[in-house]
Design a protein around this ligand. Structure first.
Ligand code: UD1
Ligand code: CA
Length: 464
């Protein structure tokens, strides 16, 4: 099988080459994040979930950055060297489309909210009706900026007029081209070369194909979108923030319908790929990002920031705690003001308290670091107690070294464990110790200066 063939009959082209002048950005528009994820990835995730054959992404402006950002996706890239319009961009995908069977969606990377059902419906309509083109349309009270659908005497779509080319009457049309179309591939390949750039923008519009097909007696079908929301295009940062707010509200509503309590959804930011269990309570001002998985009956208090966090059930994350790429076992309490990072894992019924930082460490079940501690590159067994102010000295200025603290160990307050070092099972470390050597099991290690009391010292020095 060569690059451009596929036994499947459903394919997609995503146009992502545009300059996005209205964004005024160094970075390609489609890499700007919407709810924590590059705009274009929303669309690609849905296409991947739909199991289409080939996905061809047309790159141009900022192509290196887009290519890199999409490196994990099963897509082929086509290059549009000069941005001469959506029709021209689609022409750039022709070499990749040439050997494919069936139908192809042509989508715009800046319309990220389109639902999977609607995409499926476009394919199905194309197949069932034997259509040459299926175009998604929607009636909106704010059609400005969109291509308008002009219908003929029979009520069939006859052509699409772009905003810049509309007459005053056409400006009044409220039915717009949502920018998602499905073509029978041979029809698309045959008609793309016929597009011209004789219009107000001097561009090759993909949208002109509709009129060409109608003139040649081809079958064009319009399908209505489920909602205006799924068709909104993002052309400016204002539109980005508006869509962001809408999508966030929808995500929060979705979780509330699933049995999650969100006290003030307007202040809570939940990314689209997060999952949350029932009866979990989320307080105002919480961010839950990336692919975080929150179990049932958890409580996440204000000011917390969770990125790719995995919480089992009944976990409490108290105020202003940060958890990144780390997991917390059931019944464990984290915070307030705790920081778990870099693939740390805390077991069940454990406690990571105020001002405790945990980095790349494993904390066993029932272990506690309740106040002011740093555990880096450490492995703690079960029921370990880390006293207030105790730290692992994991960095020797060149490399990171491991600390191993076995089951039932008690580390006294304000101790320093200079890694690499092992504190064996059941041992005690006296408060204020600087531990540089391994501690044998069930023993007490004291490593600090002895206390000397100089009686009468104050009077002798004439201090009083
Ligand atoms: C387009 C449609 C309009 C529709 C609207 C829906 C055309 C001519 N117009 O207008 O009918 O109502 O979308 O949101 O198609 N792109 C390229 N190469 C180019 C030009 C654009 O890859 O040379 C890409 C852009 O990166 C973008 C997409 O195509 O993702 C759409 O381009 P944009 O300029 O945003 O088109 P609109 O003016 O929004
Ligand atoms: Ca657009």
């Amino acid at each position: 099988m060569t690059e451009s063939t596929s036994p499947k009959r459903r394919h997609a082209v995503v146009l992502a080459a545009g300059k996005s002048t209205r964004f005024k950005s160094e970075k390609p528009k489609l890499l700007h994040k919407l709810c924590g994820k590059p705009m274009v990835c929303h669309l690609l995730d849905r296409l991947v979930a739909l199991d289409v054959g080939r996905i061809i992404v047309v790159l141009g402006h900022g192509s290196d950055a887009v290519r890199e950002a999409l490196s994990a996706y099963p897509v082929d890239f086509a290059l549009q060297e000069e941005q001469m319009g959506t029709g021209h961009a689609t022409m750039c995908a022709v070499p990749a489309l040439k050997n494919l069977q069936g139908s192809a969606l042509v989508l715009y990377g800046d319309t990220p909210l389109i639902s999977q059902d609607t995409l499926r419906r476009l394919f199905e309509t194309c197949e069932k009706e034997g259509a040459d083109e299926v175009v998604l349309t929607v009636e909106t009270p704010e059609p400005q900026g969109y291509g308008r659908i002009v219908r003929d005497g029979e009520g069939m779509p006859a052509r699409i007029v772009e905003e810049k080319d509309t007459s005053p009457e056409e400006k009044m049309i409220r039915e717009i081209n949502a920018g998602m179309v499905c073509f029978r591939i041979p029809t698309l390949l045959e008609h793309l070369p016929l597009l011209s750039n004789q219009n107000a923008a001097g561009e090759y519009y993909l949208t002109d194909i509709l009129a060409l097909l109608r003139e040649r007696g081809k079958k064009v079908v319009a399908v209505p979108a489920v909602s205006v929301l799924e068709t909104v295009g993002i052309n400016s940062r204002e539109e980005l923030s508006r869509v962001e707010a809408l999508l966030r509200a929808e995500i929060a509503s979705g979780w509330m319908r699933e049995g999650v309590t969100i006290l003030n959804p307007a202040t809570v930011y939940i990314d689209p790929d997060v999952t949350i269990g029932r009866d979990t309570v989320i307080y105002p001002g919480v961010f839950i990002e990336g692919k975080s998985r929150i179990g049932p009956r958890c409580a996440i208090y204000s000011g917390c920031h969770l990125v790719n966090a995995v919480l089992e059930e009944n976990v409490i994350v108290d105020h202003c705690s940060v958890i990144r790429n780390s997991a917390v076992g059931q019944g464990t309490t984290v915070g307030p003001f705790a920081h778990l990072r870099e693939h740390s894992s805390v077991g069940q019924d454990a406690r990571i308290g105020n001002f405790v930082e945990v980095k790349k460490s494993l904390i066993g079940d029932g272990s506690k670091a309740a106040h002011l501690a740093y555990l880096g590159d450490a492995t703690l067994g079960k029921d370990v107690n880390i006293g207030a102010g105790a730290i692992t000295c994991n960095y020797d200025g060149v490399k990171k070294n491991p600390t191993i603290i076995e089951d039932g160990v008690f580390i006294g307050s304000d101790s320093q464990l200079v890694a690499p070092v092992t504190i064996h099972r059941g041992a005690y470390v006296a408060a204020g110790s600087t531990i540089t050597e391994d501690v044998p099991p069930d023993s007490l290690a004291i490593a600090r200066g002895r206390q000397v009391n100089k009686e009468g010292w104050v009077a002798e020095k004439g201090k009083r």
